[in-house]
Design a protein around this ligand. Sequence first.
Ligand SMILES: [Zn+2]
Ligand SMILES: [Zn+2]
Ligand SMILES: [Zn+2]
Length: 90
Amino acid sequence: MTAEAACTHIKSIDEVRPAKRRECAECVKIGSTWVHLRTCQTCGGTRCCDSSPNRHASKHARASTHPVICSAEPGERWLYCYPHDAMAEY
Ligand SMILES: [Zn+2]
Ligand SMILES: [Zn+2]
Ligand SMILES: [Zn+2]
């Protein structure tokens, strides 16, 4: 079984929500920086990845139980589900 098949969250996404902004709004607020950006597929918010000092995307996923993010980096086309630890390209 592939990771994609194991995750019902990623399966239920018909259309990937693209990043509206090229910044992490929460890092901007506190004057911090980030490494990569991820976009929540439930609310459309763009936040920073786990390689960034503040890890806002995974904090948001835990706090809100929004499970799936996509990469907001140019040229990257993948989704990731936090609760299932599943990744899928699209
Ligand atoms: Zn899932
Ligand atoms: Zn951030
Ligand atoms: Zn969200």
